[in-house]
Design a protein around this ligand. Structure first.
Ligand code: ADP
Ligand code: MG
Length: 882
């Protein structure tokens, strides 16, 4: 073993330890192979910083946690599991002597959830932080919270090969940042000249070809090939063994599903030249010495939220340019190297520069539940390093509430429709005002329930956790594990198959009326029996490669279930019980067929869609669908297709969710008859199960609906004219000038109330049009107020010359009468309320043009009239001029 002390990381040892001592927070940035993962924990140990607790090192991958622990134990000269150990899901080697413990992120997150003091831990090292896994992000935020409260002595170290140090520096401030350049040799990158057509050459064959090329060119040095997963790796290994030029090379696979010994063999050094075919575990997590050439297929399995299935799945995707550069760097560790990329330079430019952090691309239901288990109910207020999309958080909360994993503390999470209606009606009757409805957009703060706590035990998506809980009760754990496995991959069935395939399916799999899942399970069993042969699979329209991937996943899910103490024995199970479990996991995808003639469905949460044509559930009225896909149609329209359906019974809903049923009378304006009609509806949550027409609409609701039309301007009360508007202004002025009368002005919101009152007793549009508004309007004032208003602010005024003139009351300023000069002869004093209210007179010429506006007629006659009279009388000789 070369001396580890010569690794570049030792150049920054002093700075790192100083930072750990002074601020307790250190960011370490150094290229892969510098010695971060293996040396930093040992530095802390030697500096005496682990006397009172362990150093826990977080790894994104199980295989890396185990191999690093093994290496560090070796360097320390101790047995693995003693002073140095590891702990990953379903496997751990630790003891009470352990000082350095390598763990996967999920393990630490669980520990922090249940122990906010992190007892027995002195230092936390977040390794490979650039991968920005959700568990890592949350783990770091939690660690900072714990350090800021219960554990000020906790040391937090964040390390990575490529790091957005600015983001982290701000987030961790105050902290120390230490960086090392490392030692790298130049790597020449070569691209394919033409894009590889997957229909003509499989990616493993292309990779084997590239290996042959590079081995022929370079006299020595090992080759590292990147492939997305175990299956592609095994195909590549075979393809390499088949190449004559590569006869003299040793070939090894390296991925997480292999046994530990095999993994160790892959990284050992040999006399002979070797080719290692690995997943992206070899990208930055593990360093394999002696590599001088890299062959990169440019793909990786990545976790991503799949909106179709409403879960996170692993999909094979193109890696970013940044990842590709990391991979290339593996060739330049010990000597100048070469990297062959199996894509063109042109394709390269189109790649994303960087991977999106998981917090931006994954479903958050599982982490939200974990946070709530730690008592963090307000997840939006959680100190995220980068906050998730508020919509994604809301979606997670909604799903968890639907699954029964969280619930609002004091108030019921879903007020029943009946209760809301009752509140509305009461509010209108008592105050005559429009009621304030609960704000649907208000942030909800829910807490974890007992079911939620039990679900958290299963490290799977909360949907499946919920199903496993139910399956435990019903004794059908195996079926649920297989279903979970079947929904992880992409497209089990081939699309656009011919009629002969349909017939073959029916012959071999039989008819199915309970669940599309059951058909899928039978098809899987068939493919398994046929050893996933291409021919057998094609006969039934099964995607052989997808089917093959189900087996390991099934085993993994069974392992998880078994680990939680569930009974996974094989036994005959009743289909109805399995369907009940599916119902619990997909209750937010509950759908009802709208009619028997079409495939149209309505779902909870007010969505609509079409049952997939290929679904066998054409007879079912109620179902849950595991897949919801948006498919673009003609002219930009989007069709929602519901697939993988399972028929369910209403009786089960009653049994499992008795509180979620409601009966309501729903009123509305019939656009044809223009009358208010009522329907009696039965609902499960917001999904209408059935409805009956012909109920009597409650008068208050009819009034509310009709008045809403009036206020929106869609319907007019014919008799509501200018006279009414002028009367309303008069009331306002009356209240203003005569406060002692205690009258109230009619404001906008009062108008709404008045209109609603007027509409009370109306059944349709016609009734409203013919309404007489006056009785209700006049009721606004007491008889005494009415009489006073008519005297003090009359509609017309009697003038000294015996004429009556109309008064116009504006909203502001003095009331006005407009009159022609001749009408005013003999009048020199005019006032309202014995002079308490100012009055303006607009004096008009015979042609109705205003001559003057005055509030003093006597002065007009005395000063203005003599001046204008000669001209006027010449112009209008036929009028009287006194
Ligand atoms: P970093 O975390 O900075 O990428 P590591 O601490 O993982 O670096 O590795 C530092 C060096 O230690 C590697 O370059 C390699 O030489 C050696 N090394 C680490 N793990 C092993 C191992 N399992 N077998 C052999 N050498 C190893
Ligand atoms: Mg490392």
């Amino acid at each position: 073993m070369p001396n580890p002390r010569e690794l570049p990381i030792y150049e920054i040892e002093a700075a790192l330890l100083n930072g750990a001592r002074s601020t307790g927070r250190v960011v370490v940035q150094a290229p892969t192979g510098s010695g971060k993962s293996t040396q930093v924990p040992q530095m802390l140990l030697r500096a005496g910083m682990l006397e009172r607790g362990q150093c826990v090192v977080l790894q994104p991958r199980r295989i890396a946690a185990r191999m690093l622990a093994k290496r560090v134990a070796q360097e320390q000269g101790v047995r693995l599991g003693d002073e140095v150990g590891y702990q990953v899901r379903l496997d751990s080697r630790v003891s009470n002597k352990t000082r350095i413990r390598f763990v996967t992120e999920g393990i630490l997150l669980r520990q922090m959830t249940f122990d906010s003091h992190l007892r027995g831990v002195s230092a936390l090292v977040f390794d490979e932080f650039h991968e920005r896994h959700l568990d890592g992000d949350i783990g770091l935020a939690r660690a900072l919270q714990i350090q800021g409260t219960t554990r000020p002595d906790l040391i937090i170290i964040v390390m990575s090969a490529t790091l957005d140090a600015g983001l982290l520096k701000n987030y961790l401030a105050p902290c120390s940042v230490v960086a090392s350049e490392g030692r790298m040799f130049p790597v020449t990158t070569e691209y394919e000249k033409h894009p590889i057509d997957p229909d003509r050459e499989d990616v493993w064959d292309a990779a084997a070809r590239a290996c042959a090329r590079v081995v022929a060119r370079q006299p020595s040095g090992d080759v590292l090939v990147f492939m997305p997963g175990a299956y592609e790796i095994s195909r590549t290994v075979s393809a390499i063994q088949f190449q004559r030029e590569l006869r003299d090379c040793l070939v090894f696979a390296l991925h997480g599903e292999m046994g530990p010994d095999e993994q160790d063999r892959a990284v050992d050094r040999y006399e002979q030249r070797k080719i290692i075919v690995a997943t992206n575990v070899a990208e930055t997590s593990l360093t394999i010495d002696g590599v001088t050439a890299v062959v990169d297929c440019g793909l990786a399995r990545q976790a991503r939220f799949d909106p179709h299935r409403g879960i996170n799945t692993l999909l094979v995707e193109k890696i970013s340019a940044a990842s590709a550069d990391q991979r290339a760097g593996r060739a330049g560790r010990t000597a100048p190297g070469v990297c062959l990329r199996l894509w063109t330079e042109r394709e390269h430019i189109q790649r994303a520069l960087q991977e999106l952090p998981e917090v931006k691309r994954l479903d958050l239901a599982e982490v939200v539940l974990t946070l709530k288990a730690a008592g963090i109910d307000d997840v939006a207020g959680f100190p995220w390093i980068e906050p998730p999309d508020p919509k994604a958080l809301a979606r997670a909360e909604e799903l968890l509430a639907d699954l029964g994993a969280v619930a609002a503390g004091a108030v019921s999470p879903r007020p029943s429709a009946v209760a809301t209606k009752a509140v509305r009606a009461a509010a209108i009757d008592e105050t005559g005002r429009r009621p304030v409805l609960p704000d649907a957009g208000a942030p909800r703060c829910t807490s974890i329930t007992d079911i939620g706590r039990r679900m958290l035990k299963f490290p799977v998506h909360p949907r499946y956790a919920r199903m496993f809980l139910a399956a435990e009760e019903h004794g059908c754990v195996r079926s649920i594990a297989l279903m979970a496995a079947l929904t992880q991959g992409r497209t089990f069935w081939l699309r656009n198959v011919g009629r002969d395939v349909d017939t073959a399916r029916e012959e071999l799999l039989g008819a199915e009326h309970e669940s599309d899942f059951f058909l899928l399970m039978r098809a899987y069993r068939y493919a398994e029996r046929a050893n996933f042969s291409m021919d057998a699979c094609r006969r039934l329209g099964i995607h052989a490669q997808s089917a093959r991937q189900v087996g390991p996943l099934f085993a993994q899910f069974l392992e998880i279930a078994q680990d939680e103490g569930l009974d996974v024995a094989e036994r005959r199970v009743d289909g109805a019980l399995v369907r009940k479990c599916v119902l619990l996991g997909f209750i937010d995808h509950l759908a009802r067929r709208l009619d028997a003639a079409t495939l149209r469905c309505e779902l909870v949460h007010k969505r609509r869609g079409m049952l997939a044509r290929e679904s066998a559930m054409h007879e079912a009225r109620l179902m849950v669908t595991a897949e919801i896909s948006e498919i673009g149609g003609r002219a930009g329209e989007v069709n929602t297709v519901l697939g993988l359906a399972t028929a369910v019974e209403e009786a089960w809903l009653k049994e499992l969710f008795p509180a979620d049923f409601a009966e309501t009378v729903v009123t509305g304006l019939d656009p044809n008859t223009k009358r208010v009609t009522a329907r009696r509806e039965r609902r499960f949550r917001d999904l209408v199960l059935d409805s009956k027409d012909g109920a009597e609409p409650p008068a208050t609701e009819a009034a509310e609906i009709l008045s809403r039309e009036v206020l929106a301007g869609a319907l007019k009360i014919e008799a509501w004219d200018d006279v009414v508007e002028q009367w309303i202004v008069r009331v306002a002025r009356f209240a203003e000038w005569f406060p002692e009368m205690e009258a109230h002005p009619i404001r906008e919101e009062d108008r709404a109330t008045l209109v609603e009152q007027m509409c009370y007793g109306c059944h349709g549009v016609k009734d409203v049009r013919n309404l007489d508004p006056w009785p209700i309007l006049k009721d606004w004032l007491t008889p005494k107020q009415l009489a006073a208003m008519d005297t003090l602010l009359p509609e017309r005024i009697d003038m000294a010359n015996g004429r009556r003139s109309k008064i116009t009351y504006p909203k502001e300023g003095a009331p006005v009468i407009s009159a022609r000069i001749q009408e005013l002869f003999g009048v020199d004093k005019l006032s309202l309320a014995r002079g308490r209210v100012p009055l303006k007179i607009e004096v008009l010429a015979p042609n109705q043009r205003p001559l003057q506006v005055t509030d003093d007629l006597a002065r007009f006659w005395r000063e203005t009239y003599p001046e204008i009279k000669p001209a006027l009388s010449r112009r209008y000789p036929r009028h009287e001029w006194r």
